[in-house]
Design a binder for this molecule. Sequence first.
Ligand code: PBG
Length: 328
Amino acid sequence: MAQDRRHGLTLRRLRQDPLIRELTRQVRVSHTQLIQPHFVVAGLKGREPVPGLPGVHRETPSSLVDQVGRDLEAGVSKVLLFGVPAEKRDGGFAFDFTARQIEALRQQFGANLWIAVDVCLCSYTKHGHCGVLSREQDHVVNDASVTELARQAVAYAQAGASCVAPSDMMDGRIAAIRTGLEAAGLERTLLMSYSAKFHSRFYGPFREAADSAPRGGLQDRATYQIDPTRPQDAYASSLRDAEEGADILMVKPGLPYLDILKDLSSRIERPWAVYEVSGEYGAVEALAEQGLMARAAAHVECWTAFVRAGASMIITYGARSAREWLSA
Ligand code: PBG
């Protein structure tokens, strides 16, 4: 028998004040889940702001250490480092500039800092692609790229990276990197695969920061990044990368691929990361800048969606503001 109800209030009873709302939350976001990306660029005179990403800079080696130190004080103990070398090549890449920055961070901050490092060739190649091109310059050659990427990952792990994070989307790179790490005696280095990385238009501000936009004949990354219409590929690639030895899997971008995150995180039992990429972060910032969106609450709303969909960690340009925004 239905109860005799004097009021229409049912679900709203649990929303009536902030205290009951705190008690009934199903999902909580913590600044401890967030990873702050950094760009360190060889040959810069001074740090430069990144267009579209307020508060984010292309750092010099010394400004990087200062920024990471300030961030640690703000509660950010996890970083994702992108190194941009002075010289671009077609092959025979030199990874020493980025390796030196990893060493410097490790020396300065020791075990207080978790250092993930992006493994990809797009900031290293003249053409801006994530791998090496064929002699005819008409396609990205898979296996020759994988060889370079494995060498890059081992160099960064040897320099003291906690985690290497390949974002190139070549086939077979996770197995090659894991084999390379083991051969070098680096069995404790974590491997985070950008396993479900889509061919997206939301990477714009990043490519300015990392100087990595594709140039020349092959205009885009459609032959290696996942097509937005292909959720099956995201599953296949994530499953394969887990089997090849990835410790952490990732969906990227975040909000436009929330369905993928929800689906994959329930089907593949690994820690899931999500990358809130430059274009999606910047879109919120652009509206906030015009006074059309409440900055802190809007960012927290996006992060909440990621956790709800199954992410245990979030790579976001807003990590350094999180403690402030989450308590607002
Ligand atoms: C490099 C790489 C990209 C991003 C991370 N690693 C760009 C791309 O694939 O072109 C994008 C991150 C962002 O937009 O914030 N392969």
